[in-house]
Design a binder for this molecule. Structure first.
Ligand SMILES: Cc1cc2nc3c(=O)[nH]c(=O)nc-3n(C[C@H](O)[C@H](O)[C@H](O)COP(=O)(O)O)c2cc1C
Length: 165
């Protein structure tokens, strides 16, 4: 079956959300890889640090994981009405590794999910803008989990189907 990559942009509820989606995808018979961005422990991207980290093995292996998946789901918490720094930092690093900053995400199906303290809508909007700019086919329907909204299993299955289509 198709290979799904789930990116978790935090180690708490969003990693749990990533694992819940992983479990659902495995029930459907898919091969799943979960990438915990915090565990990659990447340095902060700056134009100066870019030169110091040419050929960084962690960045290169994470790029291979993205390139080898058929579909991608990104789980991220909302921070200050926007995208958390660990996700922005990761995208900055992978976008400067070749002359084509869209290399990893162009034409890739991407589903967006968030477990946030409040509504979580702003991080979804932020990720939608970023992944659309990178050329991805971002699914219209996203997944939001918060204090008043638990995970909807039907929405999970629909997202898995949508990104692996
Ligand atoms: C620096 C910071 C900023 C935050 N800003 C928001 C916010 O703007 N909107 C929101 O809904 N929650 C916000 N939160 C709450 C997080 O989204 C919430 O704690 C989330 O569960 C964290 O994800 P995690 O459990 O995967 O670490 C913020 C948390 C932190 C640490």
């Amino acid at each position: 079956m198709a290979k799904l990559l789930i990116i978790a942009s935090s180690t708490g509820k969003n990693l749990q959300l990533a694992m819940d989606i992983q479990a659902a995808a495995e029930v459907l018979g898919h091969e799943v890889d979960v990438m915990d961005l915090c565990a990659l422990d990447l340095p902060m991207y700056t134009p100066e640090s870019e030169k110091e980290h040419l050929g960084n093995e962690v960045i290169e292996s994470s790029m291979s994981r993205i390139l080898s998946c058929k579909g991608l789901i990104v789980c991220a918490p909302e921070y200050n009405g926007s995208i958390p720094p660990v996700l922005n930092n990761f995208i900055a690093w992978v976008s400067v590794q070749s002359s084509n900053f869209r290399l990893l995400f162009n034409k890739r199906n991407v589903g967006l999910a968030s477990a946030s303290g409040g509504g979580g809508h702003y991080v979804i909007i932020g990720m939608r803008m970023m992944f659309s700019y990178l050329g991805s086919n971002v699914l219209g329907r996203s997944i939001i989990v918060n204090k008043s909204k638990s995970l909807n299993p039907e929405a999970v299955d629909e997202m898995i189907d949508g990104v692996l289509r």
